[in-house]
Design a protein around this ligand. Structure first.
Ligand SMILES: C[S@@+](CC[C@H](N)C(=O)[O-])C[C@H]1O[C@@H](n2cnc3c(N)ncnc32)[C@H](O)[C@@H]1O
Length: 237
């Protein structure tokens, strides 16, 4: 079930930053959002539809795909927050207001899921439930790209302490924060029957934009974990 208290906080953030800025979706800097966006888009198959961005916020992550002719492929966003849905609609994304923990899609129907910067606000139990929901709704052969903050990297810990202090001074809303390791989320995926196509750590620099998930560099400069999961095709019949 969506967290109603946190949902109210999103309204205030969207009112402050509007529909076009990644800050409304929790990113501290626009350039950093663009780097992560390029990484996500690189791993999407342009012809495996429909694509649904779960917890899409103002719908900015898949915006470049919309510019290439939305009619060519079905792209949707789902978010629980009403203001997020309104913002995403005005950014040309068709949105569904819904709960990530109770996805409104029949089994085996979605070509690809994208989910960015959502897991860190979820408890381990909810993160596991969510991955199970993705697995159920994916078509066999479909994929899910999940991106979440690398809460244990040195960079993240330093930046987080600084931002926490600044936010406290500014009396900015405080969102829940949970740390999920790559191994933990992979375990949820495995339990749900999904395979791992790729696992990496994104960096806040343009080259290299990411490193393999066990690279020491990721422990120092890591920004987010990225997992590309796939639902196996059942060849038994
Ligand atoms: C940090 S923002 C990330 C937005 C977007 N994915 C991005 O990366 O730009 C998290 C989003 O998750 C949404 N959210 C939180 N709980 C949800 C739930 N149970 N179901 C659907 N969306 C939810 C919030 O409304 C918010 O828009």
């Amino acid at each position: 079930m969506a967290d109603i208290k946190t949902d109210a906080l999103y309204k205030s953030v969207r009112t402050t930053y509007g529909q076009k800025r990644a800050k409304a979706n929790g990113y501290r800097a626009q350039f950093f959002f663009r780097l992560e966006q390029r990484t996500v888009l690189e791993h999407l198959h342009k012809n495996q539809a429909p694509i649904v961005d779960i917890a899409c916020g103002s719908g900015l992550m898949l915006e470049p795909l919309m510019a290439h002719g939305k009619g060519a492929i079905n792209i949707y966003g789902l978010d629980y927050n009403n203001d997020a849905c309104i913002a995403a609609q005005s950014n040309q994304l068709t949105t569904i207001r819904g709960d990530a923990f109770k996805l409104p899609f029949p089994a085996d129907t979605i070509g690809q899921f994208v989910n960015c910067q959502f897991l860190n606000q979820q408890t381990p139990e909810n993160a596991r439930l969510f991955v199970g929901q993705l697995a159920k709704a994916l078509q066999p052969g479909g994929r899910a790209i999940i991106l979440w903050r690398h809460g244990n990297s040195l960079l993240h810990r330093v930046a987080h302490s600084i931002f926490l202090l600044l936010d406290r001074l500014k009396k900015a809303p405080k969102f829940p924060q949970y740390i999920h390791s790559m191994e933990q989320v992979k375990l949820y995926a495995q339990e749900a029957g999904l395979g791992v196509l790729k696992e990496s750590i994104t960096l806040p620099v343009s080259y290299p934009r990411s490193v393999p998930s066990r690279h020491w560099f990721g422990d120092v400069l890591g920004a987010s974990f990225m997992l590309v999961l796939s639902k196996p095709v059942d060849n038994s019949s």
